[in-house]
Design a protein around this ligand. Structure first.
Ligand code: ADP
Ligand code: MG
Length: 309
């Protein structure tokens, strides 16, 4: 694995099989690399396999096959080192209501075998903006504070990677922004962050790179910027019977990419133009269209599904 990859996943498969039921392929030959220092988002609708992936990393779920390497440690050979390299923030809030945040973090540090003089409890509480609540009962904390406390819990052993499973599901807009800021400041401290989400906006706002997971398959993997421009612009290829003279700028918002040998390739921003209008324009110019094709249907389909959720 390359040196600046902090997570390396190769041909990872997970099949859940239950007696009497059909088995489910939750992850299908997943290949993925996360670089040190980045914020990586795994975006996908419910049931895509996001939690399965996270749970394999955290050791809760056993993979069916494939290779996982975290921070240089192989999951099969060095499961304990893998575990200590990551801090996991689970999807469900699950906190003992009777301990205050400070006590809870101390207990958790003890659980991880962090010696008293090596604990950074107060620093962590500051980082997640819970210093004022250090002595309050956990049950008296707001929903957003509880989420932040979960993040704090994942940090007690100072792992280089923190992994959050749907960190803002059920969190209101204001707190979500606050949480994003906390995560970004963590990232600025050098922590690599991997998160799952089914909100496009969250992935867009937070992540340097995004992998889109659908039914256990990575259907897109790119920098956030590249993905967004792919989603925003559409390229269409027309096969036409007769040639047409058409210049860039002749039809508003339509960019001519190439126009030769009975093939016309155009691109446009989806929010500015519709395919029907282009077709009408071409027809009005006497063009006979024999075929239309476009390259990014899959990505779009996934996004349409996602935005509907
Ligand atoms: P996501 O987190 O993206 O919503 P999951 O990883 O939870 O997706 O689920 C992926 C698929 O695996 C779903 O079809 C789900 O029903 C199935 N699945 C998840 N956990 C189990 C399990 N313990 N036993 C059987 N099937 C499971
Ligand atoms: Mg999930």
């Amino acid at each position: 694995m390359s040196k600046n990859n902090i997570l390396y996943v190769k041909n990872l498969n997970k099949i859940y099989s239950k007696k009497g039921n059909k088995s489910i392929q939750a992850l299908n030959d997943l290949n993925l690399q996360v670089k040190e220092g980045e914020i990586f988002g795994l975006l996908g609708p419910n049931g895509a396999g996001k939690s399965t992936f996270i749970n394999i990393l955290s050791g809760i779920v056993k993979k069916s096959s494939g290779e996982v390497n975290v921070w240089g440690f192989d999951l099969d050979k060095n499961p304990r080192q893998v575990k200590s390299s990551i801090g996991i923030v689970p999807q469900e809030v699950n906190l003992d209501p009777f301990f205050n945040p400070k006590k809870l973090l101390e207990l958790h540090a003890g659980f991880y075998g962090v010696k008293k003089n090596q604990r950074i409890t107060d620093t962590i509480l500051n980082l997640v903006s819970l210093q004022d609540q250090a002595g309050s009962y956990s049950r008296s904390l707001s929903g957003g504070m509880k989420r932040r406390l979960l993040i704090a819990k994942a940090l007690v052993h100072q792992p280089p990677i923190i992994i959050l499973d749907e960190p803002t599901a059920g969190v209101d807009v204001e707190l979500r922004k606050n949480l994003w800021e906390n995560l970004k400041s963590l990232n600025n401290e050098g922590v690599t962050i991997i998160l799952t989400t089914h909100y496009i906006h969250e992935a867009e706002e937070m992540c340097d790179r995004i992998g889109i997971l659908n039914k256990g398959n990575i259907v897109a993997l790119d920098t956030t910027q590249n993905l967004l421009s792919k989603i925003k612009t559409k390229t269409v290829r027309f096969v036409i019977d007769n040639n047409i003279n058409i210049d860039n700028g002749e039809f508003e918002n339509l960019k001519i990419i190439s126009n030769k040998n009975n093939e016309l390739i155009v691109s446009y921003e989806k929010n500015k133009l519709e395919i029907e209008k282009i077709i009408n324009f071409l027809v009005s110019r006497g063009v006979r269209i024999t075929d239309i094709s476009t390259d990014d249907a899959d990505l779009e389909d996934v996004f349409v599904k996602l935005t509907k959720n």
